[in-house]
Design a protein. Structure first.
Lengths: 626, 131
């Protein structure tokens, strides 16, 4: 049995952790998305799952769902989506505080431990996940807690309850991200290095195994709530189904690259590490490895092992949001940084009077460094004006006729509409269907959709069964971010798409072969979110496909191809417009964050030349926001 | 930092093995870092096959056009992509024109950072299946 020195955390440590928690909660809250964020990713589904205790997407995330559910139901702040975002901020800040305590358990002095934790807190990737509803910030909290409890056990290896607490935390962390299971080999190696005789201690091992199984048993939630799984997720209602939902999930995305590309993939990680920690942070981490080797080799093997177990599988993932999968790797790099700063700090401490001065200078330099990185991250991750998704969905539910049907994207991407109906309680009379649900719907009652449309037809790359494939998809509402369009499905083009009437007041603004002949911009009265009705008459023969933009004040709202595909299809299927004018007509949702007062409303046309893009703008009206 | 906690951690072989692994890891890290900086060279003579081996600096959907720039809606929020006369636009392995940069089209962009939310595009890969 190895003898141990118990590194107890003092009151000052808890105070410092509390300060870090408060500071980071404040900065994350200041940049928090006020509702459903855009683009959605998995965020909208996690919000809805938490609010309604539905089964989340693969791999189920039971603990995350329960904690988020408790948070959104108990914290009376803002709407549910805001609370779910705040949950990320709270557990993200808690993760930063716990990383400080982990640093202290690694024998770092308070300042190096705090610097490393704060550095992690301002890394761009982690910050981006602490201001929206996602699992990555809560997962850092659970991961840091697991490491803290493991290092606490290492100080008294005979303590059964300490080992059980660590094992319970590891099992629990699987419910915030199942990939934490991949870190277990590094933890097992550390356990063996700390106490090689552990294999003969049945009571301790048994307690650990039991604690792990108890918390990992959270996955029983999957078959119990299988009936709430959102299609197209397969329902985990059999053993094979549970396996496919958890350990077998996303098998085609894991280890997706040939062995020959391993160096290239790791280079991707190195470039991201440099982006997040800066070269100084990377050098400090490399120095910290050697400091740990010298001071606490078993801990080096733990952190290095965790780093390898986190980074290598993540680097082999074929996913578009690769950077977030490296966050556990950044957690371990933070511990290297803590050891590196500690080595520097300790060296200066041994240099007498000059050392004291140098330490003061170092502390100032480190504080400036963290502050500068924080400023950059703040600007990059400020989501407090991110209202586009909520503005759009509220407007959609306001515009839809009574008892109409709305077809949304299947799975995680169609959750915004479900959130506003199932959680917020908007328009229960509207039947919302997923585009993969089938059977194909008719045009009566009125049929609307928010799935991608190109060229006036459903996007050819979008698999769906619910919407009639040959229908005309006409824009009705445009959100103030790209991709937010409500389409009305109709069997044939409306006669009003082309007019031969002569407008009373002609603009005749010609840009690159098309002319904006006339416009009317009218505010929509009593709208929950401010919006304007835009009617623009264009003279266009179809030989050019201009991009049209809308702008309020200095804020560009969106850009679309003239006609949003309807003009192109009209020219192809019906014929040339001749002397007629093409009518583009839709409601445009203004940002709910727009300042009260009068704003200029402009239409822009993008000129595309060999040398680049330019936009020509014309003010066509004024809008007043109350 | 001295510790009496870990009996195993004081064995000499643990330090020796650790030193060997650290040397190997840090040399390997330096090597892959050099590979990473080779990306710049690849961008100078872009071919999609070369570019696609590397992580794009940002991937997202084109939101709106500005002067010599467009805005991209990415996982990390809005990014401003600045164009230069030598910016290369690719579809697959072939060069294409700026007209391929249409709103709603998913693209990947390679290039150095230009401000906290900006990329100075060296190469843009258009993911749209059709023109």
């Amino acid at each position: 049995m190895p003898r141990a020195r118990d590194r107890r955390l003092g009151p000052l440590d808890w105070l410092a952790a509390a300060v870090l928690f408060v500071v980071f909660l404040a900065v994350y809250a200041a940049t928090l998305a006020p509702g459903l964020s855009h683009p959605a990713g998995d965020s909208h589904e996690f919000t809805t799952s938490a609010a309604l205790l539905r089964l989340a997407r693969r791999t189920g995330y039971p603990l995350y769902t329960w904690l988020a559910a408790a948070f959104v139901h108990l914290v009376p702040a803002g709407e549910v989506a805001y609370r779910a975002n705040l949950f990320s901020a709270v557990l993200g800040a808690a993760g930063v505080a716990l990383l400080y305590l982990v640093g202290r358990r690694l024998d770092c002095a308070p300042l190096p431990a705090a610097v490393a934790a704060a550095l992690f807190g301002v890394t761009t990737t982690f910050w981006s996940q602490a201001v929206v509803t996602e699992v990555y910030a809560p997962n850092v909290c659970l991961l840091a807690l697991t490491l803290l409890l493991l290092l606490r056990w290492a100080d008294r290896p005979q303590a059964v309850w300490r080992f059980a607490a660590f094992a319970a935390a590891l099992g629990a962390s699987l419910g915030t991200h199942l990939s934490n299971l991949g870190l277990a080999p590094a933890m097992a190696l550390f356990v063996l290095l700390v106490d090689p005789g552990i294999v003969r201690r049945g009571r301790l091992l048994g307690a650990g195994l039991a604690a792990f199984l108890v918390t990992a048993a959270q996955f029983v939630w999957l078959p119990l709530r299988a009936h709430t799984a959102q299609f197209p997720n397969p329902a985990p209602d059999t053993l094979a189904g549970v396996y496919q939902y958890t350990l077998g999930a996303f098998a085609h995305l894991r280890f997706a690259y040939p062995l020959g590309e391993v160096p290239d993939r790791l280079a991707v990680y190195v470039s991201l590490l440099l982006e997040n920690f800066t070269p100084a942070g990377v050098l400090l981490g490399m120095a910290g490895m050697w400091a740990l080797l010298w001071g606490r080799p078993a801990a080096l093997w733990l952190v290095l092992g965790l780093h390898a177990c986190a980074v290598i599988p993540a680097s082999q993932l074929a996913v578009p949001d690769l950077e977030v999968f490296f966050i556990p790797g950044y957690v371990t790099w933070t511990l290297f940084v803590a050891a590196g700063v500690q080595a520097l700090w300790g060296t200066l401490a041994r240099a007498g009077g000059i050392g004291r001065l140098a330490r003061a200078a170092l502390a100032v330099a480190l504080a400036w460094w963290i502050g500068a990185l924080g400023q950059t991250s703040f600007a990059a991750n400020d989501r407090h004006l991110d209202t586009a998704a909520g503005d759009f969905e509220r407007s959609v539910y306001e515009v839809l006729p009574r008892a109409s049907r709305l077809v949304v994207q299947p799975g995680v991407f169609g959750q915004a509409a479900r959130y506003f109906q199932d959680v917020v309680g908007l328009r229960p009379d509207v039947a919302v269907a997923g585009a993969l649900g089938g059977p194909t719907l008719a045009f009566d009652p009125p049929l609307f959709s928010t799935v991608p449309v190109t060229g006036g037809r459903l996007a050819p790359t979008f698999p769906q069964r619910t919407l009639p494939p040959d229908a005309w998809y006409v824009p009705v509402v445009l959100g103030n971010r790209q991709g937010l369009v409500l389409w009305r499905a109709q069997p044939r083009p409306a006669a009003s798409m082309v007019t031969h009437a002569t407008p009373e007041r002609r603009l005749d603004w010609w840009v690159d072969g098309v002319a904006l002949v006339a416009t009317t911009i009218e505010p929509v009265r009593h709208a929950a979110v401010p919006r304007v009705h835009v009617r623009a008459l264009w003279q266009a023969d179809g030989t050019v496909r201009p991009f049209v933009s809308t702008r309020v004040g200095e804020t560009t709202l969106e850009t679309h191809e003239l006609g949003l595909g309807v003009l192109a299809r009209y020219l192809a299927d019906v014929g040339p417009i001749g002397r007629g004018l093409f009518v583009e007509e839709f409601d445009l949702v203004l940002p709910s964050t727009l300042a009260a007062g009068e704003h200029a409303f402009s239409i822009g046309v993008t000129r595309v030349a060999e040398t680049g893009l330019t936009v020509e703008w014309m003010e066509v009206g004024r809008v007043v926001v109350d | 930092v001295s510790s009496s906690t870990d009996a195993a951690s004081r064995t000499w072989w643990l330090r020796v093995a650790g030193a060997v692994v650290l040397v190997a890891v840090q040399l390997a890290g330096a090597w892959v870092y050099r590979l990473g900086t080779g990306r710049e060279a690849a961008l100078a003579a872009p071919e999609a096959a070369t570019l696609l081996r590397w992580r794009p600096d940002v991937t997202g959907t084109i939101e709106w056009h500005g002067d010599q720039a467009f805005t991209l809606s990415a996982e990390r929020g809005l990014q401003t992509i600045r164009l230069a006369p030598d910016t290369v636009v690719l579809r697959g392995a072939a060069r294409t024109g700026l007209t391929a940069l249409r709103p709603g089209i998913p693209v990947s962009v390679w290039g150095p950072r230009a401000g906290p939310r900006g990329i100075a595009a060296r190469a843009i890969l258009v993911w749209a299946p059709e023109d």
